[in-house]
Design a protein around this ligand. Structure first.
Ligand code: PEP
Length: 250
């Protein structure tokens, strides 16, 4: 059985100092080796987090990267830059990037291919809006986001990609889908990957759930068929809560 994966997405929270203090608090609270833990601080804190994480198994990721290598893109950060700072993986396709920064599947696909080329692993976020769920379009949305997002990604590269199912209506809202809804989405994702690649890749692809995961609901979410871990926003900001979530997935 593969280990579970639990990843913290700080979003635009925590300074360099906050991140260092957080890591110092988190390390002794992790008492299991059965969970692969990752944290994604803001760009500015990646390098100092790398120093703090050196003697640990905690993985370090970035929350985004630009699709181009370099150039006149004021305010942007490239894949090479996040890698140099110490990130081994990057979150791509987060719903906040899709909605606020208008990132579409074509751009996300280009970023995925760039990250793969640079040897950066990827957490690809997919998920339906409330309106799409209301119109019974969840399966279709997941299908399109995956097939367009993974276009021209080779089968032998899929081991570098984790999928995070994040219903948009659940992110930061405290609303969590039913266990059946999550299990169904996990199945839809596996079915789509099987169609795009094969059954073996579908089975081995790690699929996380993300959306209002906290220290109280994580044990239940961890028990849902197909859920290999969690991508955690709000509740990951508190090291104690995040450590409890990690332990609930062990
Ligand atoms: C997220 O931002 O990926 C997320 C899941 O946020 P939250 O846990 O706060 O819903």
């Amino acid at each position: 059985m593969t280990n579970k994966v639990v990843i913290a997405n700080f979003k635009m929270n925590k300074t360099i100092r906050d991140t260092k203090e957080y890591i110092a608090e988190l390390i002794p609270l992790i008492t299991t080796s059965k969970v692969v833990v990752g944290i994604c601080p803001p760009f500015t804190a990646i390098k100092s987090a790398e120093h703090k994480l050196k003697a640990t198994n905690i993985l370090l990721g970035a929350q985004n990267m630009h699709v181009e290598d370099k150039g006149a893109y004021t305010g942007e950060v490239s894949g090479e830059m996040i890698k140099e700072a110490g990130a081994s993986f990057v979150i791509l396709g987060h719903s906040e990037r899709r909605s606020i920064y208008k990132e579409n599947n074509i751009l996300i696909n280009k970023k995925i291919k760039k990250a793969l080329k640079l040897g950066i692993k990827i957490v690809l976020c997919v998920g339906e809006s409330l309106a799409e769920r209301g119109q019974d379009k969840t399966e279709e949305v997941l299908n399109v986001q995956l097939s367009e997002g993974l276009k021209d990604v080779y089968a032998n590269e899929m081991g570098n990609i984790i999928i995070a199912y994040e219903p948009v209506w659940s992110i930061g809202t405290g609303k969590v889908p039913t266990n059946e809804q999550i299990a169904q989405a996990m199945q839809n994702i596996k079915d789509t990957i099987k169609k795009l690649y094969n059954a073996q890749i579908a089975n081995s692809t790690i699929v996380l759930y993300g959306g209002s995961v906290n220290e109280n609901n994580s044990k239940d979410i961890a028990s849902i068929k197909g859920v290999s871990g969690a991508l955690v926003g709000g509740a990951s900001l508190d090291a104690k809560k995040f450590a409890k979530i990690i332990s609930n997935f062990s």
